[in-house]
Design a protein around this ligand. Sequence first.
Ligand code: 5CA
Length: 439
Amino acid sequence: MRLSRFYLPTLKEDPAEAQIVSHRLMLRAGLVRQSSAGIYSWLPLGFRVLKKIEQIVREEQNRAGFQEMLMPTIQPADLWRESGRYDDYGKEMLRISDRHGRDMLYGPTNEEQIADIFRKSVRSYRDLPVLLYHIQWKFRDEVRPRYGVMRGREFLMKDSYSFDLDFAAARRSYNRMFIAYLHTFARMGLKAIPMKADTGPIGGDLSHEFIILANTGESEVFCHRNLAGLDMLREEVDYDSDLTPLIDKWTGEYATTDEKHDPAEFEARVAEDDRLTARGIEVGHIFYFGDKYSAAMGARVTGPDGNESAVLMGSYGIGVSRLVGAIIEASHDENGIVWPKAVAPFDAGVINLKAGDKACDKAAEDLVQNLKIAGLDVLYDDTEGRAGAKFTNMDLIGLPTQVVIGPRGLKQGVVEIKDRGTGNRFELSPEAALSYLSG
Ligand code: 5CA
């Protein structure tokens, strides 16, 4: 992609409305633009990152045995009257009526909708477990939308739902998702710590939030210091095996959000020097709530003994759009964003220092072409700006590797490589640069 053709409206100045670094950088690097409070448009650079994150989430859901589907954003109010949440949800719910005066709503989550789909087609324990998910926009009319996409009103969520016959099976589904979350966040270069959490308006009694420690996080959390240092889970897991030992390992130490915090237990279980009180960003939240919705909505199945019972459910969310901000909070420096490779909008940026110069154009275009053949997604800065401005811009948008091509280097047969994360620079021949980048 040529920068001269790429829609990338970067800002030189810090926007006044942005209080935290990720929001500031998302506006400055041309990732998003605000439409109204808590509602954003995703510009091409930001959209690329959003799609990369979404794809990692999708792959890990599939690996854990969940199947993708898509439910609508607009739901009928009657479903929510059945569960009792139509009144409970209060002002956070965006209520709409259609031309026939029927009450509708813009979904803040989908427990009712999926329970309705389930009850219409599943009758027997033989069809269980049913494990489904979708990635869809949600709307919550938050009291205080803030920090850009971190607490938006419209936001992209991955939400999964499990249906099981008994608690042991439901726990297995919960465990699958727990492990899938560890994998998902690790692939994005994030350290997300599972913490015991409150269930809020979703309900139920078993719940974990996945928290990235960050000073700008909205949640206060308490945990054993070891958890912050623990390596994230990367090794393959057989999802059909007993996951309990792994779960035990990850839930063995004290770790809770403030709603679940018990100071006495914290002091009893964690030595003073190991107690970590910090702020964090909630990037995922999983719930087991049993028959809360299925009982109210008549989602029942027949067991092996011939008896009918309400199916046991769990739901599992990931804030896909929030993750874009969360990753920037975790990975930036004074010059801009530093994208982890797996979610970077382009793999590399090639800067032509003297666009219009025959030798520079040829070397840059050849390299870009070869990188493309090697399967890399490259942003090629072919503009005629000043070198300084080009460097600043490339640093701001945070692509993992930069290749700088200029007349002086070319005379010596070299281009310069810069690693955005470490700032390390070194020179290579264009051929060696190609194999370095594609290796
Ligand atoms: N139905 C359940 C699980 S699917 C549910 O809605 N859970 S939730 O309320 O915790 O939301 C899931 C995830 O969505 C959160 O962990 C968070 O990462 C993200 N999220 C929630 N509210 C917002 C918001 N206002 N802006 C951006 N992301 C949000």
